[in-house]
Every structure is written in structure tokens, then in C-alpha cells.
Ligand binder design. Structure first.
Ligand code: ADP
Ligand code: MG
Ligand code: ZN
Length: 615
């Protein structure tokens, strides 16, 4: 995409430069020009010169106690100290020395006029002319001349040969369909007008970070043959109060002149937050938001100005902004599913050289839960890894390793795990996997490695992709909690002691148990009462409690109860399968890596008690 107009420097900047130049001129050049060389001589020399008729003019400065005088042709200025000399006046008169007027001031009246007045004004005038012309160019006519402070820095993008197209965005088919309609409308509005269909004025792209919202907007710009104004929400809110509102006004003025066109506001939550009237609320932001609301009402339907906005905090947006008539269409841009991940990997693999035999589906399966940005990163890491090992194309192993790099960090080269620690880590990881396997009767992991990572993880477990899941039963959640406790349980069963290695497991298990109770109504105690609300679903899913302190205490007790029960279950499973636990942990300890297939192979090697009896 080509940026045809660079953001302009504010007008204030240019004025500043001109003023600085003038200041320097006055400070240094003027005195230098005005000041002719002054030779200091003693009083006798002065008297002698006067008597010889070599002095043309003299300036007796009684207050300064000095005399300035010039030679016959006024080219050299002399200076001398004054001595009490009653005959001085008479002497000057006798020798026809002109003793009126100040020598220094009068030496260069023209120069001082030129530099003190004419030059600065000429400079200012020229500069003014230049700026006026420039602003007219920018605003597209003399009518829209304005003082440039509050002007928006919206960049105008145009279509170019290297522009991003819809084909560069993989997956996200629903979002693409929705946006394609917009592009189609901008190409041929009459088709829509004939039927009387109104295009939405605003389209809000919502979704977690890195899922391609900004990319989609750029693709719209690349596909539609219309001007594309792009601005990020934070750019509206700047240092000076009131600037945000005027920037919004200016942006829409520009947009209306260039219609049909698209205006894209990225990260709109920076200005679109709910006006909650709290003390210390941000006045500037609210003014900006109000201006945006007014502007969006201000233009008629079908004028051809379409506003795209992106955010990952839709719930924080002001309801007035998201109501129909403003942003009336909301396009979810979610994390990609298996097919989406495969497509995204392939799109990005077009830009690197790969060996032809890569099983993209397998790689996509491994990268469960990764966002588009992470997948792009994975492909790039693979290419880097290929270069590092001196090959000229990335292969499947590169991709596999880079998934682990992107998700868990690099392998730590010099981490020193004692034998004992390595042994504990092996048991811990196998504990998780074994508990999971005994509950679901299928391979729980794709791979476990016990090579420390820079993220701090001592082992790394690649879960199997469970496929698209929309509902989870109570049992499944409980099984998950049991699996989380499995690592610690293995330590207990085998070593009889416990380590700090389970902190993350504990966190996750607690989160799940709490959600069961406070959000999913999965205990008899609280029935179907919501104790908690999720405040931002796309950014980590923080939640806030909404119940009395007494209830909170009861919830806490129930959470402990739930986790404890699952921990007991995990302990039981591991004790009953102690031989398998040892066997698999031994394998992992020696090889440092075990795949899901190897895991299941060992698990099913000799006859096992019927799995049904275990659950
Ligand atoms: P956000 O949703 O946070 O705005 P971006 O649009 O900035 O995310 O995406 C960041 C990068 O991730 C893009 O530049 C692109 O390389 C990659 N990416 C994300 N989603 C996709 C996708 N669906 N197809 C291809 N690349 C994607
Ligand atoms: Mg973005
Ligand atoms: Zn663990």
C-alpha cells in the first residue's frame, strides 16, 4: 500500500523555525554588522590627532567617562578614556571637530534598518505565502483554509500494485464476506440505491489481538478503488484539550469531500469508552467521542462515506456509539480454527522458501489456539531457523520447532537441571498426560519434551487439538481439573514430596473450578445464579465478583472442595497405574521427548485393566 500523503508537521513547527532564525539574526549578525572595529588609544594620542586635524567627529560620553572619535575619512573608530580637561571643548571647536551625534548608532543606519525591520518582515511574508499555498493544496481549496493546529493527520491510502488484497487474509470468511459487500457497494452504489437498500454507516471489527483486524481493513483499502483514510484512536487524543474534537471534524470534512471513501479508525476504544461520569473522567476524550457521534449522524445514508473501526474491547465502547445508525454492523474476527490456521500458514509460507513436502495440516493441528499474528511469526521463525542451520529452505522440523519457540520460548542452551530435577520434571509431565489419558481413553498429547525453555517452563507439552468445541460438560471440566492436578499428584505418588513446579497448574485448575461455580452454575449450592461477570472476553477474560462477602467465602470453600476432589481422583489414577507411570517417565527421562503415539504405545503395551473401570 502506498502512503501518498505523509503526515504534515504542524504549522506551529514552521513558525517556530522562522522565529528562531530571526532571533539568531538579531542576536549575532546585527551587533556584528553594527559594530565596527574600535581601536583603543590613550588620551595623548587623541589630543595629538585632534591638533593635527586628523579627527573628523568626536562623541564625548561623559556618563561613560569615555570619548569615541573617528579619523579624517570616518573609516576607523577610536576610543579613549576621559581625563579632566577643561580645554577640551575649546580644542574641539578650534580644530573643527564635529562633536554632535552618536558615532556608533549613526555608522550604519541602512544596515540596521535592513536587518532589524525589512528582512524579518520579508521573511515572514514569504513564509506566510508559502504556507497558505501549501494548506490550500492540502485542503483542496481556499474555502477550507484553517489554522493547522487541529488538523487530522489521517493518512490517505490508495490502491497500488503491492496493496494487500482479500487473498492475503486467510480464514475469516464471514468477516471477508461482510467487507466484500462494502467494497461492492463502493464500486457500484446505484445497484443498492435502486432497491432502496442502505449501506451500514459504520462497521466494527471486534476480536482478540492478532487476528487480522487491521489487516482486513487494509485489504478493504486495497480492493476498493476509493480513498482510504486511516487513523488510530489514540491519535485523536493529544496534548491540547479540544484538539481531538476538531480533528474528528476535520477528518470527516476531508472524507465528505473525497466521498465515496472509507474512514478507518483503529483501536477505537481509545476514544470510544463509555462515558460513565466518574470523577476525574477524561473530558477531552468525551468531547472527542461526542464529536464523533455527531459526525456519524451528520451525513446522510448512501453518501458513500463508510466508517470501519477495530477494537478488542467492544464491551467498553459507549452504547451510543454501537447503536444502529452509527456502527450498525459488528463483524467478529475470531481466533482461527484448524482450517483457518492451515490457510494462514500457507499464505505466509508463500513469502518464504520451503521444502515441498510439508504437512500443513499437521502443523496447524500443533499450533492449536494460535492467532494469525502468532502463525505469521511461526513461519518466520522457521525460515530464520533454516538460515541458522545453513539450509536454503525451511522444512517441517523447522516449523515444528518454531511453534514451540513462539509458544514456549527458545530452548535454554545452558540450563543445568540436576538428574533429580530432570527426573521430577519427567514424572510431573507424564503425570498430567497419564491422568488425561486414563479419563478420555485417547492420546492426550502430541508431544512432551523436557528441555527447559526461555519462558521458564522446564518441560513443554503439546496438547492435541480437541477440534472445535462449543460446549463443555461438567464432567469434561472436572476431568480437566484432574489433569491439571496430575503433575503434582505424580510427584506425590513417586517422591512423597512436592515442588514449586506446579504453580501454573494450580492457577489454571483454580480458574476452571471457580468458573464452574460462579459462571456456569454447576453446583447445587448456588444453582443458576451468576456470581461473576466477564469484563473483557478478548483480553484474557478478567472477571469481577458480584456477590456479598459471605457468599464469596462460601464460593472459596466450594472451589477448594472441587479442586480437592479432582486432586484425589488424580492421585487414585496414578497409584493404580504406577507401573505405566514409571515406564513412560523412564522413557521420557532418557529420550527427553515423547510423542503421543509412543505414549499410547507404551500405555497399551501389555494388557491393562479395562479403562471403563478406572474413570
Ligand atoms: P489485529 O487484529 O490485532 O489488528 P493485525 O491485523 O495487526 O491484528 O495482524 C497482525 C499480523 O498477523 C498481520 O500483519 C498478518 O501478518 C498476521 N495475520 C493475522 N491474521 C491473519 C489472517 N487471517 N491471514 C493472514 N495473516 C494474518
Ligand atoms: Mg490492530
Ligand atoms: Zn504441570
Amino acid at each position: 500500500m502506498n502512503e501518498v500523503k505523509k503526515p504534515q508537521k504542524p504549522l506551529l513547527y514552521y513558525y517556530g523555525v522562522v522565529m528562531l532564525v530571526l532571533l539568531l539574526l538579531n542576536l549575532f549578525v546585527m551587533p556584528w554588522l553594527a559594530q565596527r572595529e574600535i581601536r583603543e588609544v590613550d588620551y595623548n594620542t587623541f589630543i595629538t590627532m585632534v591638533e593635527n586635524g586628523e579627527v573628523a567627529r568626536a562623541d564625548v560620553q561623559t556618563s561613560e567617562n569615555q570619548i569615541l572619535f573617528t579619523n579624517e575619512d570616518n573609516t576607523v573608530v577610536y576610543k579613549t578614556g576621559m581625563l579632566p580637561d577643561p580645554d577640551l571643548t575649546q580644542r574641539l571647536l578650534d580644530n573643527e571637530v564635529d562633536s554632535y551625534g552618536q558615532i556608533i548608532e549613526e555608522t550604519s543606519p541602512w544596515v540596521s534598518l535592513l536587518f532589524g525591520w525589512i528582512l524579518p518582515f520579508a521573511l515572514l511574508y514569504l513564509f506566510g505565502q508559502y504556507m497558505a499555498k501549501k494548506m490550500m493544496d492540502r485542503a483542496g481549496g481556499p474555502n477550507s483554509m484553517a489554522f493547522g493546529l487541529g488538523r487530522s493527520n489521517a493518512r490517505v491510502y490508495v490502491k497500488s500494485s503491492e496493496g494487500i488484497k482479500f487473498s492475503d487474509v486467510a480464514g475469516e470468511d464471514e468477516a471477508k464476506d461482510s467487507l466484500r459487500e462494502i467494497v461492492d457497494y463502493l464500486h457500484d452504489p446505484s445497484k443498492y440505491r435502486e432497491i432502496g437498500a442502505k449501506m451500514p454507516k459504520g462497521i466494527l471489527l471486534v476480536g482478540p489481538p492478532g487476528t487480522g483486524k487491521t489487516l482486513l481493513a487494509k485489504a478493504v483499502a486495497g480492493e476498493a478503488n476509493v480513498p482510504f483514510f486511516s487513523m488510530s484512536g489514540s491519535e485523536f487524543v493529544e496534548m491540547f484539550v479540544g484538539m481531538g474534537a476538531s480533528k474528528v471534524r476535520d477528518l470527516f470534512d476531508q472524507a465528505k469531500q473525497k466521498a465515496p471513501c472509507i474512514v478507518f479508525i483503529d483501536e477505537i476504544d481509545a476514544i470510544g469508552k463509555k462515558r460513565d461520569g466518574q470523577l476525574g473522567g477524561n473530558d477531552e476524550r468525551e468531547q472527542t467521542l461526542n464529536q464523533l457521534l455527531t459526525e456519524m449522524d451528520g451525513f446522510e445514508d448512501n453518501t458513500g462515506v463508510i466508517i470501519l473501526a477495530a477494537t478488542n474491547r467492544p464491551e467498553s465502547l459507549d452504547p451510543a456509539l454501537t447503536r444502529p445508525g452509527r456502527f450498525d454492523r459488528r463483524v467478529p474476527v475470531e481466533l482461527p480454527d484448524l482450517k483457518g490456521r492451515e490457510d494462514i500458514l500457507k499464505v505466509h509460507a508463500r513469502h518464504i522458501r520451503t521444502t515441498g513436502d510439508i504437512d500443513w495440516n499437521r502443523i496447524a493441528r500443533m499450533a492449536a489456539g494460535a492467532s494469525g499474528a502468532e502463525l505469521a511469526n511461526i513461519v518466520n521463525e522457521a525460515a530464520l531457523r533454516a538460515v541458522r542451520s545453513g539450509r536454503n529452505a525451511a522444512n517441517e522440523a523447522d516449523l515444528e520447532e518454531s511453534i514451540e519457540v513462539v509458544i514456549a520460548g527458545y530452548q535454554k542452551k545452558n540450563a543445568i537441571l540436576t538428574d533429580k530435577e530432570k527426573c521430577i520434571v519427567a514424572y510431573h509431565e507424564v503425570g498430567h498426560a497419564l491422568v488425561a489419558a486414563m479419563q478420555t481413553h485417547s492420546a492426550p498429547v502430541q508431544k512432551i519434551t523436557i528441555i527447559p525453555r526461555t519462558s521458564g517452563a522446564l518441560g513443554y507439552t503439546m496438547q492435541v487439538d480437541e477440534g472445535e468445541h462449543y460446549l463443555m460438560t461438567k464432567e469434561e471440566i472436572e476431568n480437566k481439573i484432574a489433569t491439571f492436578t496430575g503433575g503434582r499428584a505424580a510427584e506425590e505418588v513417586v517422591f512423597g514430596s512436592i515442588t514449586t513446579g506446579a504453580s501454573n497448574d494450580i492457577e489454571q485448575a483454580t480458574k476452571l473450578a471457580r468458573a464452574m461455580i460462579t459462571r456456569y452454575g454447576m453446583t447445587d449450592d448456588f444453582d443458576m445464579v451468576a456470581m461473576e461477570t466477564v469484563t473483557n472476553q478478548y483480553l484474557g477474560g478478567d472477571s469481577s465478583l458480584s456477590c456479598s462477602p459471605e457468599t464469596q467465602a462460601r464460593i472459596d470453600a466450594a472451589v477448594v472442595q472441587t479442586v480437592k476432589a479432582q486432586h484425589q481422583k488424580a492421585l487414585r489414577i496414578l497409584t493404580e497405574n504406577r507401573r505405566k507411570l514409571d515406564e513412560i517417565a523412564q522413557f521420557l527421562y532418557e529420550k527427553e521427548t515423547i510423542t503421543g503415539d509412543e505414549f499410547m504405545e507404551i500405555l497399551n503395551r501389555e494388557e491393562l485393566p479395562a479403562p471403563e473401570a478406572q474413570a
